[in-house]
Design a protein around this ligand. Structure first.
Ligand code: AP5
Ligand code: MG
Length: 217
């Protein structure tokens, strides 16, 4: 099964991708996570991506399409995958269509996570992740069961993203509306767009997504 999670920054793509990865055995492919790893490792891709990311702009299509094309060749993608944050432009969507055609793979659904812009700022500024296993948390909405200890791996080290500040968030939102929102009519025309209410609480959103996936199985 191949699924795309589509939504603005802070919509809950990563949160839901981690849950679906566990419940449905689909590997999460987050271009944001891959680019942050490249920046941290100081690779050529990371050096090219860093300034765009910190400004809340998109990294070039060429870079992200190359990353995904390489990644879906790996063994863990054979049972299907869950795209989180890719595609983000019509050119990326067209490149993905070609990759899937070449492999005779079918896109199951594009799940649009609809969230009001005002809610996104609070979600993003309250977000932090485990430094060791990348499990996501929020200061108010999703705290670890034991304060300061990761539920998943027991680590006590946590990170905040360089682009999770109010100034960059507004630029990321503008970028979403200008460059990524045009993917909604693109996928609607293909009959694969499914919209869920991303304003609901985390478990409710998971249930809505599970219903979408069950209808495909
Ligand atoms: P990326 O890492 O993809 O960031 P993003 O799209 O801005 O999305 P976020 O990761 O911020 O949000 P999310 O939807 O995953 O929300 P989360 O689940 O964490 O990309 C970063 C940058 O990389 C881009 O700006 C760009 O520069 C570059 N890039 C990446 N992909 C690219 C591409 N394809 N092309 C070009 N450039 C690319 O949730 C947020 C918070 O809210 C969490 O704390 C969570 O606990 C909480 N929360 C989640 N769901 C709920 C809920 N239902 N109710 C209440 N709180 C909730
Ligand atoms: Mg994310």
């Amino acid at each position: 099964m191949i699924i795309i999670l589509l939504g603005p920054p802070g919509a809950g793509k990563g949160t839901q991708a981690q849950k679906i990865q566990n419940s449905h055995g689909l590997v999460q492919l987050s271009t944001g996570d891959m680019l942050r790893a490249a920046v941290a490792a100081g690779t050529e891709v990371g050096k090219k991506a860093k300034d765009f990311m910190e400004a809340g702009k998109l990294v070039t299509d060429e870079i992200v399409v190359g990353i995904i094309a390489d990644r879906i060749e790996e063994d863990d993608c054979k049972q299907g995958f869950l795209l989180d944050g890719f595609p983000r432009t019509v050119a990326q969507a067209e490149a993905l269509d070609k990759m899937l055609d070449q492999k005779a793979l079918i896109l199951g659904a594009v799940v649009e996570m609809k969230v009001d812009d005002e809610a996104l700022v609070d979600r993003i500024t309250g977000r932090y992740t485990c430094a060791d296993c990348n499990q996501g948390y929020h200061e108010v909405n999703l705290k670890p069961k034991v304060d300061g200890v990761c539920d998943n791996c027991g680590s006590t080290n946590f990170n905040r993203r360089a682009d999770d500040n109010r100034k960059t968030v507004s630029s990321r939102l503008e970028t979403y509306h200008a460059q990524t929102a045009p993917l909604l009519p693109y996928y609607e025309a293909k009959g694969v767009l499914k919209t869920v209410d991303g304003m609901a609480d985390i478990d409710d959103v998971s249930a809505q997504i599970k219903d979408v996936l069950s209808a495909l199985a």
